[in-house]
Design a protein around this ligand. Structure first.
Ligand code: ZN
Length: 233
Protein backbone atom coordinates (compact mmCIF):
# COMPACT_ATOMS: atom_id res chain seq x y z
CA UNK A 1 0.00 0.00 0.00
CA UNK A 2 1.31 3.41 -0.92
CA UNK A 3 0.53 6.50 1.14
CA UNK A 4 0.42 10.01 -0.26
CA UNK A 5 3.70 10.78 1.56
CA UNK A 6 5.46 7.82 0.04
CA UNK A 7 4.23 8.91 -3.35
CA UNK A 8 5.61 12.39 -2.70
CA UNK A 9 9.06 11.05 -1.76
CA UNK A 10 9.07 8.68 -4.71
CA UNK A 11 8.20 11.67 -6.86
CA UNK A 12 11.29 13.46 -5.55
CA UNK A 13 13.53 10.56 -6.50
CA UNK A 14 12.15 10.24 -9.98
CA UNK A 15 11.84 13.87 -10.96
CA UNK A 16 14.21 13.48 -13.86
CA UNK A 17 11.30 12.02 -15.74
CA UNK A 18 8.37 13.92 -17.14
CA UNK A 19 5.59 13.40 -14.68
CA UNK A 20 1.87 13.93 -14.84
CA UNK A 21 1.13 16.04 -11.74
CA UNK A 22 -1.12 14.43 -9.12
CA UNK A 23 -3.78 16.98 -8.14
CA UNK A 24 -3.69 17.83 -4.41
CA UNK A 25 -7.47 17.50 -4.28
CA UNK A 26 -7.01 13.76 -4.73
CA UNK A 27 -4.99 13.38 -1.53
CA UNK A 28 -7.61 14.32 1.02
CA UNK A 29 -9.80 11.29 1.49
CA UNK A 30 -9.76 9.95 5.05
CA UNK A 31 -9.07 6.24 5.67
CA UNK A 32 -11.96 3.76 5.82
CA UNK A 33 -12.70 1.18 8.50
CA UNK A 34 -13.97 -2.33 7.81
CA UNK A 35 -15.16 -4.45 10.74
CA UNK A 36 -16.18 -8.06 11.25
CA UNK A 37 -18.73 -9.40 13.74
CA UNK A 38 -18.05 -13.08 13.06
CA UNK A 39 -15.23 -15.46 14.03
CA UNK A 40 -14.15 -16.02 10.43
CA UNK A 41 -11.23 -13.98 9.10
CA UNK A 42 -10.88 -13.18 5.41
CA UNK A 43 -8.09 -12.37 3.00
CA UNK A 44 -8.73 -10.53 -0.24
CA UNK A 45 -6.04 -10.08 -2.87
CA UNK A 46 -6.61 -7.12 -5.19
CA UNK A 47 -3.60 -7.30 -7.49
CA UNK A 48 -1.38 -4.22 -7.46
CA UNK A 49 -3.63 -2.54 -4.87
CA UNK A 50 -2.45 -5.07 -2.30
CA UNK A 51 -3.72 -7.95 -0.18
CA UNK A 52 -6.21 -7.09 2.55
CA UNK A 53 -6.86 -9.02 5.74
CA UNK A 54 -10.19 -8.67 7.54
CA UNK A 55 -9.52 -9.75 11.15
CA UNK A 56 -11.80 -12.26 12.86
CA UNK A 57 -14.07 -11.11 15.68
CA UNK A 58 -12.52 -12.46 18.88
CA UNK A 59 -14.71 -14.48 21.27
CA UNK A 60 -16.64 -12.24 23.65
CA UNK A 61 -16.15 -9.13 21.49
CA UNK A 62 -18.95 -7.37 19.62
CA UNK A 63 -16.73 -6.68 16.60
CA UNK A 64 -13.20 -7.16 15.33
CA UNK A 65 -10.28 -4.82 15.14
CA UNK A 66 -10.67 -2.73 11.99
CA UNK A 67 -9.10 -3.32 8.63
CA UNK A 68 -8.00 0.23 7.86
CA UNK A 69 -8.19 1.03 4.16
CA UNK A 70 -6.28 4.13 3.02
CA UNK A 71 -8.48 6.87 1.57
CA UNK A 72 -6.78 6.69 -1.78
CA UNK A 73 -4.49 4.50 -3.82
CA UNK A 74 -1.93 5.83 -6.23
CA UNK A 75 0.08 3.70 -8.54
CA UNK A 76 2.53 4.77 -11.18
CA UNK A 77 3.27 3.17 -14.48
CA UNK A 78 5.78 3.76 -17.21
CA UNK A 79 4.22 5.46 -20.19
CA UNK A 80 7.35 4.90 -22.21
CA UNK A 81 9.89 7.41 -23.58
CA UNK A 82 10.90 8.52 -20.07
CA UNK A 83 7.42 9.46 -18.95
CA UNK A 84 5.50 8.14 -15.96
CA UNK A 85 1.75 8.12 -15.55
CA UNK A 86 -0.34 7.32 -12.52
CA UNK A 87 -3.53 5.54 -11.65
CA UNK A 88 -5.85 6.44 -8.83
CA UNK A 89 -8.51 4.52 -6.91
CA UNK A 90 -10.58 5.88 -4.06
CA UNK A 91 -10.46 3.96 -0.80
CA UNK A 92 -14.25 3.69 -1.05
CA UNK A 93 -13.95 1.74 -4.31
CA UNK A 94 -11.24 -0.47 -2.85
CA UNK A 95 -13.37 -1.11 0.27
CA UNK A 96 -16.24 -2.08 -2.02
CA UNK A 97 -13.98 -4.51 -3.87
CA UNK A 98 -12.85 -6.02 -0.55
CA UNK A 99 -16.44 -6.58 0.58
CA UNK A 100 -17.39 -7.94 -2.85
CA UNK A 101 -21.07 -7.12 -2.31
CA UNK A 102 -23.43 -9.07 -4.51
CA UNK A 103 -20.99 -11.85 -5.42
CA UNK A 104 -22.20 -15.39 -4.99
CA UNK A 105 -20.60 -18.59 -3.69
CA UNK A 106 -19.68 -17.15 -0.32
CA UNK A 107 -17.43 -14.45 -1.80
CA UNK A 108 -19.66 -11.60 -0.65
CA UNK A 109 -18.09 -10.78 2.73
CA UNK A 110 -20.98 -8.49 3.65
CA UNK A 111 -23.09 -11.66 4.03
CA UNK A 112 -20.61 -12.98 6.62
CA UNK A 113 -20.74 -10.13 9.12
CA UNK A 114 -18.17 -7.86 7.45
CA UNK A 115 -19.13 -4.24 6.89
CA UNK A 116 -17.77 -0.82 6.10
CA UNK A 117 -18.36 1.61 8.97
CA UNK A 118 -18.93 5.31 8.40
CA UNK A 119 -16.35 6.13 11.08
CA UNK A 120 -13.58 4.71 13.29
CA UNK A 121 -16.12 3.02 15.53
CA UNK A 122 -19.15 1.09 14.31
CA UNK A 123 -22.56 2.42 15.29
CA UNK A 124 -25.31 0.36 16.90
CA UNK A 125 -27.25 0.50 13.61
CA UNK A 126 -24.31 -0.73 11.55
CA UNK A 127 -23.77 -3.61 13.96
CA UNK A 128 -27.40 -4.68 13.97
CA UNK A 129 -27.58 -4.49 10.16
CA UNK A 130 -24.49 -6.71 9.93
CA UNK A 131 -25.99 -9.14 12.45
CA UNK A 132 -29.19 -9.34 10.43
CA UNK A 133 -27.32 -10.22 7.22
CA UNK A 134 -25.14 -12.75 9.03
CA UNK A 135 -28.21 -14.41 10.58
CA UNK A 136 -29.81 -14.71 7.13
CA UNK A 137 -26.62 -16.33 5.80
CA UNK A 138 -26.47 -18.74 8.74
CA UNK A 139 -30.09 -19.77 8.15
CA UNK A 140 -29.16 -20.51 4.55
CA UNK A 141 -26.18 -22.65 5.62
CA UNK A 142 -28.25 -24.48 8.25
CA UNK A 143 -30.94 -25.24 5.65
CA UNK A 144 -28.24 -26.65 3.38
CA UNK A 145 -27.09 -28.89 6.26
CA UNK A 146 -30.67 -30.07 6.81
CA UNK A 147 -31.04 -30.85 3.10
CA UNK A 148 -27.84 -32.93 3.19
CA UNK A 149 -28.98 -34.83 6.29
CA UNK A 150 -32.19 -35.80 4.48
CA UNK A 151 -30.12 -37.61 1.85
CA UNK A 152 -28.99 -40.17 4.40
CA UNK A 153 -25.42 -41.42 4.70
CA UNK A 154 -24.13 -39.91 1.47
CA UNK A 155 -25.48 -36.49 2.52
CA UNK A 156 -24.25 -36.79 6.11
CA UNK A 157 -20.79 -37.45 4.78
CA UNK A 158 -20.86 -34.00 3.17
CA UNK A 159 -21.81 -32.12 6.36
CA UNK A 160 -19.00 -29.70 7.05
CA UNK A 161 -17.78 -27.59 9.94
CA UNK A 162 -19.64 -24.58 8.51
CA UNK A 163 -23.00 -26.38 8.75
CA UNK A 164 -22.30 -27.19 12.41
CA UNK A 165 -21.18 -23.63 13.08
CA UNK A 166 -24.42 -22.30 11.57
CA UNK A 167 -26.47 -24.49 13.92
CA UNK A 168 -24.32 -23.29 16.81
CA UNK A 169 -24.66 -19.63 15.79
CA UNK A 170 -28.45 -19.93 15.53
CA UNK A 171 -28.60 -21.95 18.77
CA UNK A 172 -30.38 -24.75 16.94
CA UNK A 173 -29.99 -28.40 17.75
CA UNK A 174 -29.76 -30.91 14.94
CA UNK A 175 -29.15 -34.64 15.22
CA UNK A 176 -26.75 -34.39 12.30
CA UNK A 177 -24.44 -32.08 14.25
CA UNK A 178 -22.95 -35.08 16.03
CA UNK A 179 -23.17 -37.53 13.15
CA UNK A 180 -19.89 -39.38 12.83
CA UNK A 181 -18.28 -38.43 9.56
CA UNK A 182 -18.33 -41.55 7.38
CA UNK A 183 -15.61 -41.86 4.79
CA UNK A 184 -17.59 -42.61 1.64
CA UNK A 185 -16.47 -44.57 -1.39
CA UNK A 186 -17.02 -43.17 -4.84
CA UNK A 187 -18.66 -45.83 -7.01
CA UNK A 188 -16.58 -46.76 -10.04
CA UNK A 189 -19.81 -47.52 -11.90
CA UNK A 190 -21.94 -44.40 -11.43
CA UNK A 191 -19.93 -41.97 -9.29
CA UNK A 192 -22.38 -42.05 -6.37
CA UNK A 193 -20.98 -41.73 -2.84
CA UNK A 194 -21.79 -44.96 -1.01
CA UNK A 195 -20.94 -46.61 2.30
CA UNK A 196 -17.60 -48.40 2.04
CA UNK A 197 -18.93 -51.50 3.84
CA UNK A 198 -21.42 -52.36 1.08
CA UNK A 199 -20.48 -55.20 -1.28
CA UNK A 200 -22.07 -53.38 -4.22
CA UNK A 201 -23.39 -50.01 -5.26
CA UNK A 202 -27.05 -49.67 -4.23
CA UNK A 203 -27.69 -47.47 -7.27
CA UNK A 204 -26.02 -49.15 -10.24
CA UNK A 205 -25.16 -52.51 -8.62
CA UNK A 206 -21.51 -52.32 -9.63
CA UNK A 207 -19.75 -54.88 -7.40
CA UNK A 208 -17.07 -53.73 -4.94
CA UNK A 209 -16.63 -57.20 -3.50
CA UNK A 210 -17.44 -59.64 -6.29
CA UNK A 211 -17.07 -62.79 -4.19
CA UNK A 212 -19.51 -61.40 -1.64
CA UNK A 213 -21.93 -60.35 -4.41
CA UNK A 214 -21.86 -63.88 -5.87
CA UNK A 215 -22.59 -65.32 -2.47
CA UNK A 216 -25.55 -62.98 -1.90
CA UNK A 217 -26.95 -62.69 -5.42
CA UNK A 218 -25.68 -65.71 -7.42
CA UNK A 219 -28.13 -65.14 -10.28
CA UNK A 220 -27.05 -61.54 -10.80
CA UNK A 221 -23.31 -62.22 -10.73
CA UNK A 222 -22.92 -65.58 -12.51
CA UNK A 223 -19.53 -67.20 -12.75
CA UNK A 224 -18.62 -67.30 -16.42
CA UNK A 225 -17.48 -70.74 -17.48
CA UNK A 226 -16.80 -72.18 -20.89
CA UNK A 227 -19.92 -74.01 -21.86
CA UNK A 228 -20.11 -76.36 -24.81
CA UNK A 229 -21.35 -74.36 -27.77
CA UNK A 230 -24.58 -75.73 -29.24
CA UNK A 231 -23.99 -77.20 -32.65
CA UNK A 232 -25.01 -74.88 -35.39
CA UNK A 233 -27.68 -76.15 -37.69
ZN1 ZN B 1 -22.88 -47.08 -8.67
Amino acid sequence: MITANEVASAVGGLNKRARQPIPDALKRNPPLYIFNIYEMKHTRGLGSLGTFHVPACEPGEAYSKPLVVPGEFFDEFDRGEGSLGWTYETGADVAKAILNVGHRDGADLSAWGVFLAADKKPTREELSAAREKLTAKMREVLAAGDALALQGDSGLAQIQAMHRKAAHYLKQHRDWINAEPVEMRECHGCGAFVKPTLPRCPQCKAPFDLAKCRELWPMEYPIMTQRPVAAAR
